[in-house]
Design a protein around this ligand. Structure first.
Ligand SMILES: *Cc1c(COP(=O)(O)O)cnc(C)c1O
Length: 430
């Protein structure tokens, strides 16, 4: 099971050999069980998939690609990798997939490496408006070696301003346009992005790291028919283990993308990681998985409603996906203070910059909240709305220890009800 610590014998041995790590492992299991996890980029990994992470596949060097390895004896790993790729093609209807990147930031770097030359112009969404650091932030590889132009959201409705995107594209003629981010609660207009990219002959790359689970579950539109390249991580809404970046692309870009990953960005991939993802992708095609993703969306909307009923303001006034951004500076000094206050009652969130933020990224004016993890634990709409209320009550109760103590007790009652991975989603049995 995902949250069990291992077989009893192994844990007993670990306790004897390395009591420090054994204790931290137990503390972490306790903490995960006893808190309401709302970090939008976190989930509880599929137990079936987790079984394969760290399995004996890890012993094998598999540098290269199936049929073109630089070492012998890879026949089983070749089959595993080809299965993972076939399943992705079926799941998303894409031409080609690469599953070797060690995380999505590496996969994104490989897209730059494979499709562009240093100095090429790229149009992407600003980090402060919800984009990701690997789309050209100054401190990332992409921002150091490429000419980055950025678009943001409109002051009026806090959503992507397609006129601004079109104007910037016409003015700067980027080789690539990027959309998709880490803190954007609304749907993205892929049709319009495609039109703009076609008008100037640019690649369209969609980074779907956050929303890929909702796409796999078919509860929000897929970018695959429109994009040249789609990248994602497997640990967020997709509900797999952390540490794998996937790239889907059109047939034409297959070789460039594969060479971008290996040898462009890394050496031999982890065969155990790929086996774990192959199982995950099979899980993504089950009816239970579709139900889970429907519930993630319903729960996200219920959580947002709960917050708004308490008078909290959300960026864009709501959400179309698994996450919301809550503006907190009417009630507390910063997102950082909100994060700490909520953590003190057992609700785990993260501070997050919001569009047109007046505070820096260490303080911020918002928090980001999401539904994937509590949905995996089995929470439904009513409970999520209640959690939204508790967030509001907490932020209003700064300096009222009695009230905060009361919220903490409520949180305790909620987490008591749920296992880490609800039986209704569990395909792995006991
Ligand atoms: C989380 C995220 C990534 C990075 O994923 P890692 O697997 O942690 O490297 C990339 N892009 C976006 C939009 C993300 O939200």
């Amino acid at each position: 099971m995902a949250v069990e610590l291992g077989t009893k014998e192994r844990i007993d041995f670990l306790k004897k050999f390395d009591p420090e790590i054994a204790e931290l492992l137990e503390c972490e299991a306790e903490k995960q069980k006893r808190t309401i996890g709302l970090i939008a980029s976190e989930n509880v990994a599929s137990p079936l998939s987790t079984c394969l992470e760290g399995s004996i596949f890890t012993n094998k060097n598999t540098e290269g690609y199936p049929g073109k390895r630089y070492v012998g004896g890879t026949e089983n790993e070749d089959k595993v990798e080809l299965l993972a790729i076939e399943r992705l093609k079926k799941l998303f209807g894409c031409d080609h997939a690469n599953v070797q990147s060690g995380n999505a930031t590496i996969a994104n770097s490989a897209v730059f490496m494979g499709l562009l030359k240093p100095g090429d112009t790229v149009l992407s969404m600003a980090l402060n408006d919800g984009g990701h650091l690997s789309h050209g932030a100054k401190f990332h590889f992409s921002g150091k070696f490429y000419n980055i132009v950025q678009y943001g959201v409109s002051q009026e409705n806090e959503q992507i301003d397609m006129d601004e995107v079109r104007n910037l594209a016409r003015k700067y003629h980027p080789k690539m346009i990027v959309c998709g981010g880490s803190a954007y609660p609304r749907l993205i207009d892929y049709v319009e992005f495609r039109k703009i990219a076609d008008e100037i002959g640019a690649y369209l790359w969609v980074d779907a790291a956050h929303i890929i689970g909702l796409i796999a579950g078919k509860v929000i539109p897929s970018p695959v028919p429109y994009a040249d390249v789609v990248t994602f991580s497997t640990q967020k809404t997709l509900r797999g283990p952390r540490g794998c970046g996937v790239i889907l692309c059109k047939e034409e870009w297959k070789d460039k993308i594969d060479r971008g990953v290996f040898p462009g960005m890394q050496g031999g991939p982890k065969a155990d990681m790929i086996a774990a993802r192959a199982v995950l992708f099979k899980e993504c095609m089950t009816p239970q998985y579709m139900e889970y993703q429907k519930q993630v969306l319903k729960n996200s909307q219920a959580l947002a409603e709960g917050c708004m009923e308490e008078g909290l303001k959300l960026v864009t006034n709501g959400t179309d996906n698994h996450l919301s951004l809550v503006k907190v500076t009417d009630l507390v000094a910063s997102g950082r203070e909100a994060e700490l206050l909520l953590e003190s009652v057992g609700i785990v969130t993260n501070k997050n910059v919001i569009p047109f933020d007046m505070l820096n990224s260490n303080l911020t004016s918002g928090i980001r909240i999401g539904s994937p993890l509590m949905t995996t634990r089995g929470a439904k709409e009513e409970e999520m709305k209640r959690i939204g209320h508790l967030i509001g009550i907490t932020l209003k109760s700064k300096g009222d220890p009695g009230k905060l103590e009361w919220v903490k007790k409520e949180v305790g009652e909620i987490v008591e009800k749920y296992p880490m991975f609800s039986d209704e989603w569990n395909l792995g049995g006991e």
